[in-house]
Design a protein. Structure first.
Length: 94
């Protein structure tokens, strides 16, 4: 990572920003009712979050993945709001 000129904090911030983009994609897929893509994006978001130690975000994403893949449901607006708040807290903690 240092070969790219990025410190660990910068890499973490970059991953949180990617997670924010994934959150936005998740919202789009929820609005479209696309279970397959919801599950896929939630899985990616879970992995990104675990890589930076954002366990709260990872836990929410894991729940969303379970909902989409196993329960045939998409997250509610309230649940998406909880994800957004957790992402905001993760960014502030870096």
């Amino acid at each position: 990572m240092r070969d790219l000129g990025l410190g660990l904090g910068e890499v973490a911030i970059e991953r949180v920003e990617h997670a924010a983009k994934a959150r936005d994609m998740l919202r789009e897929h929820v609005a479209a009712g696309d279970l397959e893509r919801c599950g896929s994006v939630a899985h990616s978001l879970k992995s990104m979050s675990l890589n930076i130690g954002a366990s709260e975000v990872a836990g929410i994403a894991a729940t969303f993945e379970q909902m989409a893949r196993n329960d045939g449901k998409v997250p509610t607006e309230s649940e998406l709001g909880a994800l957004s708040q957790a992402l905001d807290r993760a960014l502030m903690a870096l």
